[in-house]
Ligand binder design. Structure first.
Ligand code: F0G
Length: 453
């Protein structure tokens, strides 16, 4: 498979650290074998996340200089508002400092203890913000999402029968929240057809539909490829958001900025309550915790993210890495999603017991062998202890995510990553089992420390 050429050229460069194996060994010890504890000066290729790690364009850097830092009603807010209306079409919105701020503000208003939120699958912070309100999450993604070998074209879709059943249940969900693309399930897209059917069910049962739109442009590209080739990306984006009562967006992904978020709604009364909460907690709603220059960069970034040539490169780059791994027999979630390649750990290390933390062992191995930083999304991130028996309940999938920052790495970088992974796959004896020696009560993968056995 050929590598899609970058629809840009490079104007500024940043050296990346090149380390020795001995140095990496020492860094691993100091980090307690948790890659979140590694300083970035020790990381050669950083695939920890695609969030806030992208490269801005010359037009975005130029836009920073136009930032109007007025406390209220800044020109930069008006520019962002114009782009929001043109692309997404919501009558009311506020910027936020990032996605999870939008989550917190919205859920503080909409959710009460005992409420239920129906989702395909939520991101970790979204889940945590729902639970923090005393509410409960229902994950209703289609069954194919849990089969890494299924080639379903829209593995982020909602199981409509289960959604209708949930909407008839007691308590009836307060909110339906669909993540596009579904990060937790592998960056997998949701189809327009599925979203239209979800909308119809929400209308039938009188429940609002929100989108978690962090990767909405990548989702639109998959829709164009697999469902609606006759539509433009912009038309797909418009139609997607026209189906929703509101959306939350971490702009650190498809906003192509290093910091920022959006919270958009149709209902004036809901917006008024959001605005009050914003003033109290995040900032006046015409800046929402961002500087004027951040809003300028975001307005420009949102436009660049829906450019078809950019998206062809973006999705193609992820697909290129995936294909190199598949050609060597390395098991991954297929088909690859929009922002990351996910190693399927249960097939990568089929003989390992899960209490030996195989995903974390691979993440450690990738760093030790190649200075590559990826994240475990398996036992460490999601396993829970049964409150009655004390036995571990493991998540259905055991994954290691290699997230690709936007417009940052070249083909040579990805070839290097593929070479290191393929080598490790062929030499699993280099991986060492781990145990947890220190862990916080929740979201433990960020802060736990480990020891090798
Ligand atoms: N929703 C989705 C689907 C996300 O992937 C993220 C962040 C958030 C919400 C929260 O947004 O970080 O701006 O507060 N995902 C990052 C990741 C952190 O690595 O996948 P945020």
């Amino acid at each position: 498979m050929s590598y899609p050429f970058e629809p840009f050229k490079i104007k500024t460069v940043e050296p990346i650290p090149v380390t020795t194996r001995e140095e990496r060994e020492r860094y691993l010890q100091e980090a307690g074998f948790n890659v979140f504890n590694l300083p970035s000066r020790a990381v050669t290729i950083d695939l920890l996340t695609d969030s806030g790690t992208g490269a801005m364009s010359d037009a975005q850097w130029a836009a920073l200089m136009r930032g109007d830092e007025a406390y209220a009603g800044a020109r930069s807010y008006e520019r962002l508002a114009q782009v929001q209306r043109d692309l997404f079409g919501f009558p009311y919105f506020t910027p936020t400092h990032q996605g999870r701020a939008a989550e917190r503000v919205l859920f503080e208003i909409l959710l009460e203890p005992g409420d239920v939120v129906a989702t395909n699958q939520p991101f970790d912070t979204t889940h945590a913000n729902i639970v923090a309100r005393g509410a409960e999450v229902l994950e209703l993604v289609i069954e194919e999402a849990y089969d890494p070998t299924s080639h379903h074209p829209f593995k982020g879709n909602v199981d409509l029968a289960r959604l209708e059943e949930a909407l008839q249940g007691i308590p009836k969900p307060k909110l339906v929240l669909i993540t596009i693309t579904n990060n937790t399930g592998g960056g997998q897209p949701v189809s327009l057809e599925n979203l239209r059917a979800v909308r119809a069910l929400c209308d039938k049962y009188g429940v609002p539909l929100f989108l978690d739109a962090a990767r909405h442009a990548e989702n639109a590209y998959f829709i164009k490829e697999r469902e609606a080739p006759h539509m433009s990306i912009r038309d797909i984006v418009r139609e997607t958001f026209a189906l929703a009562d509101g959306m939350l967006m971490s702009a650190k992904k498809d906003g192509l900025v290093n910091i920022g978020g959006l919270l958009c709604v149709r209902d004036k009364a809901l917006y008024d309550r959001i605005a009050q909460n914003m003033v109290r907690t995040e900032g006046f709603p015409t800046y929402g915790g961002l500087a004027g220059r951040d809003m300028e960069a975001l307005a420009q970034g949102l436009l660049e993210a829906v450019d078809e040539a950019y998206l062809r490169y973006r999705v193609g780059q992820v697909r290129y890495l995936a294909q190199r791994l598949l050609d060597a027999g390395v098991p991954i979630i297929e088909p690859p999603g929009g922002h990351a390649v996910y190693l399927d750990v249960l097939r990568f290390l089929p003989d390992w017991p899960r209490e030996h933390l195989p995903g974390q062992a691979i993440a450690v191995g990738l760093y030790r062998e190649g200075g590559i930083r990826a994240v475990e999304l398996g036992t460490v991130a999601f396993a829970k202890k049964d409150p009655e028996t004390g036995a571990w309940i493991y998540p259905r999938m055991e994954l290691v995510r290699l997230a690709i920052p936007r417009r940052v790495y070249t083909q040579a970088h990805l070839d290097y990553v593929a070479d290191v992974i393929i080598d490790l796959y062929r030499h699993p004896e280099r991986l060492r089992p781990l145990r947890i020696v220190e862990e916080p009560p929740f979201l433990r993968h960020f802060l736990a420390r480990f020891a090798e056995m």
